[in-house]
Design a protein around this ligand. Structure first.
Ligand code: HAM
Length: 432
């Protein structure tokens, strides 16, 4: 017997009625982004591997362990194979597109959002998948367009608070930090490297390597035994220069003025190398171990790191899967939306007329389920009750007279309705 095929570990199918929730979230996000004057960008699902190596950073967990990378040989024999990677995140791709299409030359701030799948070879668990979805946005542009302004940071954070509120997510916490400029980070790396010398031999293998190559990444370590040592390490706040401190103070002042609550977290350095200055995560207690609902920050040097012009930026990505988990946990077992009507043709010779009636009602804007001539009164009534609020019986008599029988499942009430009045009645019953 052949083995049954299943979705690959870490990937999954999204089915109705859950997809209705995904669509509702997506519609709310698009509407909020539109109000803040963001436009949608769609970048390819795979990119040249070096984009992520240079953008996200060789030493990050994402690049060093989690990417789906392959050698693409489908090119001319004379050419070397190209190393390609399924995107593990979308910021590097957006900045590549910004450079490629010379968006900086418009002199305008670019406000771009995206919704799409990302891929990381992580150990799957609740809220962590190998194919997952992100809803993200980036604000990027030449410094002359105001892209470095702390107001941009505060506006992005205020937009996120608005989006989560509109989605009905309660109980989120905004964790906020500044990792300083590239120079601050270099200084902090030196301070960390020195502080790690006497303790690193007690830490995990990864930390021992990171202590040499990129000490900041030691702070990403999840190994429980290493945490007490990490707690004693110097904090990045002590290495910020005056400009970075001032920038951060302006971000928090604007958040205070807008009434967006936040929690300062000096350990929040984020797992990607491109961050400068403001970094943040919105966490939610209901998510368990994977409690980051979203993450983001400023990346003033990313464009230059991948060969582009100076183009400071700030953005975020929301874990779409985690938003869904949070909302599902909040709304105790959402009732699936039922169709307005189930059309039941009595006998096969009524099938065609039933399709015509369904077409009429659907064109009027109603959600309609269409039965077929195999309809048997008791059994089919039960099936119809599961999918629709009302059933419309269509037999030869009804077709000839133009008067249809409509039964409402919740009340058991049965009425005769003129066919010309049916759409109006159903629309009114559905509050439309
Ligand atoms: P990130 O923190 O790597 O940042 O991911 C953002 C969010 O994506 C996480 O907070 C989490 O909700 C979700 N996420 C990440 N990995 C998984 C996974 N394996 N399964 C399910 N959800 C996951 C970035 O990706 C940056 N590009 C964000 C950004 C945009 N920074 C600036 N602009």
């Amino acid at each position: 017997m052949s083995q049954t095929l299943k979705a690959v570990r870490g990937t999954r199918d999204l089915l109705p009625p859950e997809t209705a929730l995904w669509n509702r979230i997506e519609a709310t996000a698009r509407s909020v982004f539109a109000r803040y004057n963001f436009g949608e960008i769609r970048t390819p699902i795979f990119e040249d591997t070096s984009l992520f190596a240079r953008g996200v950073g060789e030493e990050t967990d994402i690049v060093s362990k989690e990417m789906y990378t392959w050698e693409d040989r489908a090119r001319a024999q004379s050419e070397k194979p190209q190393s390609l990677t399924l995107r593990p995140e979308n910021t590097a791709g957006v900045v590549r597109a910004y450079i490629e299409h010379k968006l900086g030359e418009t002199g305008q701030l670019q406000k771009l959002y995206y919704i799409g799948p990302q891929f990381r070879r992580e150990r799957p668990q609740k809220g962590r998948y190998r194919q997952f979805w992100q809803i993200g946005a980036e604000v990027i542009g030449p410094p002359s367009a105001g892209s470095e302004s702390p107001l941009r940071d505060a506006e992005v954070l205020e937009m996120l608070a608005t989006l989560l509120d509109e989605l009905g997510i309660t109980g989120w916490t905004l964790e906020l930090n500044s990792v300083g400029s590239a120079a601050d980070r270099a200084r902090y790396n030196d301070v960390l490297r020195a502080a790690l010398i006497p303790v690193v031999s007690h830490m995990c293998q990864d930390c021992q390597r990171r202590a040499e190559t990129n000490p900041l990444r030691v702070l990403d370590c999840k190994v429980p035994e290493d945490q007490p040592i990490i707690e004693t390490l110097p904090k990045i706040a002590d290495c910020l220069d005056e400009d970075s401190k001032k920038h951060f103070a302006q971000v928090t002042a604007a958040l205070d003025a807008a009434g967006v609550p936040y929690h300062l977290n000096p350990r929040l350095v984020r797992g990607l190398d491109y961050y400068t200055r403001t970094t943040f995560e919105f966490t939610h207690g209901g998510l368990g171990a994977q409690n980051a609902l979203l993450g983001g920050g400023r990346y003033d040097g990313l464009s230059e790191a991948i060969g582009g012009p100076k183009a400071p930026g700030i953005g975020f990505a929301i874990g779409f899967d985690r938003l869904v988990l949070t909302l599902q946990a909040q709304q105790s077992e959402q009732a699936a939306e039922k169709a307005a009507a189930y059309i039941a043709p009595l006998g096969e010779n009524m099938n065609a007329a039933a399709l015509a009636l369904a077409r009429e009602l659907r064109r009027a804007g109603l959600t309609v389920e269409l039965g077929d001539g195999s309809f048997r009164l008791k059994k089919s009534f039960e099936a119809a009750d599961k999918t629709a609020r009302r059933i419309v019986i269509l037999g030869e008599d009804e077709l000839a007279s133009g008067v249809l029988t409509v039964k409402t499942f919740s009340t058991g009430e049965q009425t005769k309705v003129d066919r010309t009045e049916l759409a109006k009645l159903l629309l009114a019953a559905n509050g439309m």
